[in-house]
Structure formats: structure tokens, C-alpha cells
Design a binder for this molecule. Structure first.
Ligand SMILES: [Zn+2]
Length: 54
């Protein structure tokens, strides 16, 4: 499951949420700490996967 890291602009806390890409388009992401919708998406954890080939 792809999950995304969000940063809340209101309370300044980060949260990790599992969302479908369609949910991102709808902007359903809210801060679980204060309920604010002023959250900015940070990098997806999946994109941080390192591929080492030797
Ligand atoms: Zn918040």
C-alpha cells in the first residue's frame, strides 16, 4: 500500500497516511492531530526506496 507523509501547517506535526491516489486528487487528507486540512504532502515513502546494484 502506498503511504504518504503529510506536514500540517497548523500544528506543525507530521503524519503518515495510507491513501489511494484518487484520494489525493480529492484532497481528503486531513491532519489526525488537529483535523486541519492545511496539510502539505511530503515525499512518498515508496519513492525513497533505494536500489543498489553492484
Ligand atoms: Zn495539525
Amino acid at each position: 500500500m502506498p503511504y504518504y507523509v503529510f506536514f500540517c501547517q497548523d500544528c506543525g506535526k507530521e503524519s503518515t497516511q495510507v491513501l489511494h491516489i484518487a484520494d489525493l486528487d480529492k484532497g481528503v487528507a486531513v491532519c489526525p492531530h488537529c483535523g486541519s486540512k492545511r496539510v502539505t504532502q511530503k515525499v512518498s515513502a515508496f519513492s525513497a526506496v533505494t536500489s543498489k546494484k553492484s
